[in-house]
Design a protein around this ligand. Structure first.
Ligand SMILES: [Zn+2]
Length: 110
């Protein structure tokens, strides 16, 4: 699905037909279908726009649309997620964390 107000050329969405809000609600068949569509889109974006594709799924709280969807963002091949985060938060591409900080982050995700 092409977005009516794309932020960049080729900005598009992939979503299941059935209304689903949480990733854990997707059936294996839906996951496989979304995966196949994402692969096709990545290939098309590469061929038609000569861009790499960043695929993002926001958490339900961040979405303006509750219906689950992947955002496909064609980017110049030299950019990646670290570049986007760096621009958003004004942080360097790579930061070093101490073992203590890494352990604290890991414990937050358990
Ligand atoms: Zn829906």
């Amino acid at each position: 699905m092409i977005i009516r107000e794309p932020q960049i050329e080729g900005h598009s969405l992939i979503l299941p037909k059935r209304h689903v809000e949480e990733i854990v609600e997707l059936t294996p068949k839906e996951i496989k279908s979304l995966q196949n569509l994402a692969e096709m889109a990545v290939k098309l974006i590469d061929e038609k726009l000569s861009k790499a594709t960043l695929i993002v799924m926001n958490s339900p709280r961040q979405r303006s649309q509750k219906h689950i969807h992947y955002q496909l963002l064609p980017l110049d091949r030299k950019y990646g997620i670290r570049d986007l985060i760096g621009k958003m938060y004004g942080v360097p591409l790579y930061t070093s964390k101490t073992e203590e900080e890494l352990e604290k982050m890991t414990n937050c995700l358990k």
